[in-house]
Design a protein around this ligand. Structure first.
Ligand SMILES: C[C@@]1(CC(=O)O)C2=NC(=C\c3[nH]c(c(CCC(=O)O)c3CC(=O)O)Cc3[nH]c(c(CC(=O)O)c3CCC(=O)O)/C=C3\N/C(=C\2)[C@@H](CCC(=O)O)[C@]3(C)CC(=O)O)/[C@H]1CCC(=O)O
Ligand SMILES: NC(=O)c1ccc[n+]([C@@H]2O[C@H](COP(=O)([O-])OP(=O)(O)OC[C@H]3O[C@@H](n4cnc5c(N)ncnc54)[C@H](O)[C@@H]3O)[C@@H](O)[C@H]2O)c1
Length: 174
């Protein structure tokens, strides 16, 4: 196992995302589910950020400019999520020197952590990782699991077992 699974409490922790493209947006949306203080630095923002750019929020700030070394100050986590591989690598080296955990979106080998695919219902969290070897497969596995759920349940002949599964669904709705 290359990566150690861990669930982080990000309450009031400073998290920096460098870059605001499609991949950064995905990291951002997942961070919004936590209580992290998020800062995003990027000269260009993907248009899906627009609705967030319009709103004032205590949870996030956006800086429309290039990355500067001092952006790392006080950070607990960093996402190097630009389309410039060399820059992502430089950010990784700088963050590591400051003991900040870093996810390098285009290079799992130098990342301190990777993100799994998730299904989240309340406090229930299902995650799938492939140790970064087949990233697109992680999401696929979860999709197939949920698509197949209905069919699997229909085919369970044991009434008691089927009821227990519905009970599980009820818990997931909380
Ligand atoms: C699960 C998910 C979580 C998330 O990112 O939030 C995630 N990738 C997702 C989507 C996705 N990934 C890719 C595509 C385009 C696919 C296509 O269509 O071709 C799409 C779809 C899209 O982008 O729409 C391709 C890809 N991904 C990575 C590379 C390597 C590189 O760039 O060098 C390449 C390009 C090379 C390749 O294909 O191999 C790298 C990583 N991706 C990881 C996670 C980490 C390992 C996880 C694991 O251990 O399995 C890791 C190491 C980095 C990290 O931790 O970030 C998320 C699903 C979220 C959801 O929607 O639920
Ligand atoms: N981790 C994953 O799941 C995954 C999936 C697909 C692709 N990738 C890789 O992730 C990288 C990013 O992909 P994307 O689709 O988000 O790219 P993108 O082109 O949509 O976005 C790149 C962002 O980086 C920003 N940027 C560029 N220079 C910068 C600088 N000096 N300072 C701050 N921000 C800067 C740009 O303004 C832009 O917002 C690519 O290298 C791609 O290969 C990773």
């Amino acid at each position: 196992m290359k990566f150690y699974p861990i669930n982080l409490n990000l309450k009031d922790k400073k998290v920096l995302i460098v870059g605001a493209g499609k991949v950064a947006l995905r990291k951002f949306k997942r961070l919004l589910l936590t209580e992290a203080k998020i800062k995003i630095v990027s000269p260009e923002f993907n248009q899906e950020f627009e609705s967030f750019l319009k709103k004032d929020s205590e949870q996030y700030t956006f800086q429309k400019r290039k990355f500067r070394n001092k952006d790392l100050f006080g950070c607990f986590l960093v996402f190097a999520a630009t389309n410039n591989s060399e820059l992502n690598q430089n950010i990784t080296v700088l963050a590591r020197k400051k003991n900040i955990l870093v996810n390098t979106v285009d290079n799992a080998e130098i990342s301190d952590f990777t993100l799994p695919a998730i299904v989240n219902r309340g406090e229930l969290l299902l995650t799938v990782s492939t140790g970064s070897s087949l990233p697109a497969l992680s999401k696929n596995i979860l999709d197939i699991m949920s698509e197949n759920r209905a069919k699997i349940i229909e085919n369970i002949e044991d009434d008691k077992l089927r009821k227990n599964i519905w009970l599980f669904d009820k818990c997931c709705e909380i």
